[in-house]
Design a protein. Structure first.
Ligand code: CA
Ligand code: CA
Ligand code: CA
Ligand code: CA
Length: 436
């Protein structure tokens, strides 16, 4: 369960302990054989950070394992394998939804490299159409994803507690189709929190955010295939990439007065300014000339990447991680458009953040400005360490979690003490994880 204002005293003690221990044993090898290296994020501060967070391999296959999502111990991702050739779908790779459970590590269904992973939905070839699966998200026992079948894309769902029955998550269980196939209208990018599923939808000829409520199944606003779904936005620009936490939905608007913007709405304010009904005015969080990709919300924090400058000595954009805190609305650090936002990183390229509790993770390319082939790795900070090593202020030295040498952006997701990310250290895209 995702709890509000979650703090993690245990992990803070661990981080501090690790930093202290790291100062003592820096330069040796950890128990798992991962090299312990002293590498500081040139993103700020002085000195070096030592990490001993072991990098645990999750997938070992030669397939492309991407788009991880995590809730409690449940990890889900998109597995892209082998390319097939048909008349309609020439050269499109097959994509499956795979799953493992950290609490089953060492057993079937666990997340260690040697554990057999579970396939929730596989790519299928039906009536000359390839069924592809991607963009998974998970909340408690419910898993949602996007399925493409020919020209029709839909939001799908299964429930692990129904395994072996209709609506369950075993490979051969019939899954629930949330959105309609008729006409062939595209719905993609789902996110789920509790009973609410949100996605982007092109029913009205431009992208809008839509939602449904599982507690209203069978009625208007429910999540059964034929239930009329609830429209959230109606601006003629594209509203995309939604996320949801408790009653707050956030998304990106790709053309708000010529800029890219992050908006939010609050389901408890429905029918009033700031509510999520289609007629309610939505709340502007931030706008920029830079594209945000996926902003994320958890607890009181919203995180995103933005660019406010160029890299020193170049004309290239310098990406940074930014955050705001809903409890500070109306003050510096709050999430209203007039509030100054908090810059988390500094020099180098940083993108694709995620947040849980007081911890923010992201993909960082510290030496990008000097060498575009230099390593890109996963870094983290903890707000409770602000002003110190590991803190989330722009000049605080950050903590490096992964050690790979390739320069591709990585996607990290965090839940509790578990952080999972895409990693190409073995030549194909795998998932790795660590525990903080
Ligand atoms: Ca559809
Ligand atoms: Ca729109
Ligand atoms: Ca930067
Ligand atoms: Ca792989």
């Amino acid at each position: 369960m995702k709890s509000k204002n979650l703090d993690m005293p245990k992990s803070i003690l661990l981080i501090v302990g690790v930093l202290v221990a790291g100062l003592v044993i820096g330069g040796v090898f950890s128990a798992t054989g991962e090299a312990v290296r002293k590498i500081g994020d040139p993103g700020g501060g002085t000195g070096t950070t030592t990490t001993i967070f072991p990098n645990i391999k999750v997938t070992t296959d030669l397939d492309i394992d991407v788009e991880p999502a995590i809730f409690n111990n449940k990890v889900i991702w998109t597995n892209e394998c082998c390319t097939i050739f048909t008349t309609q779908d020439r050269g499109i790779p097959l994509s499956n939804i795979d799953f493992c459970d950290i609490s089953l590590n060492g057993k079937i269904g666990g997340c260690l490299a040697g554990d057999t992973k579970l396939r929730i939905e596989r790519a299928r070839y039906i009536f000359t159409s390839v069924y592809q699966n991607f963009q998974p998200d998970v909340y408690e026992n419910r898993i949602v994803w996007t399925q493409r079948k020919g020209n029709d894309l839909n939001i799908m769902m299964c429930d692990l507690s129904k395994n072996g029955q209709v609506g369950g998550c075993l490979t051969n269980d019939a899954k629930d189709q949330i959105t309609s196939s008729f006409p062939n209208v595209t719905q993609v990018d789902p996110a789920i929190y509790n009973n609410i599923i949100v996605w982007r939808d092109i029913t009205n000829s431009n992208w809008d955010i839509y939602r449904c409520d599982l507690t209203k199944n069978g009625q208007v606003g429910g999540c059964l295939t034929n239930n009329p779904k609830t429209r959230v936005t109606n601006s003629t620009s594209a509203q995309i990439n939604p996320d949801i936490y408790e009653n707050t939905i956030i998304w990106v608007d790709n053309n708000f007065n010529g800029k890219v913007a992050i908006f939010m709405c609050d389901l408890t304010k429905n029918g009033q300014p700031g509510g999520c009904l289609v007629g309610d005015s939505k709340t502007l969080v931030h706008s920029s000339n830079y594209f945000f990709d996926h902003p994320k919300i958890q607890g009181n924090l919203i995180v995103w990447s933005d660019s406010v400058r160029t890299l020193p000595g170049t004309s290239e954009i310098d990406n940074d991680i930014f955050m705001c805190d809903l409890t500070k609305n109306g003050q510096p650090g709050g999430c209203l458009v007039g509030d100054s936002k908090t810059q988390v990183t500094s020099t180098g390229q940083q993108d694709i953040p995620d947040v849980y509790g007081n911890v923010i993770v992201w993909s960082s390319w510290p030496d990008y400005q000097y060498n575009h082939n230099s390593p890109n790795n996963i870094f983290m900070c903890n707000i409770l360490l602000n002003g110190n090593k590991g803190g989330c202020l722009a000049n605080d030295e950050k903590i490096q979690l992964s050690y790979t040498t390739n320069s591709n952006w990585k996607t990290a997701k965090i839940y509790g003490n578990n952080i999972i990310w895409t990693d190409e250290r073995n030549g194909n895209v795998d998932l790795y994880m660590t525990q903080i």
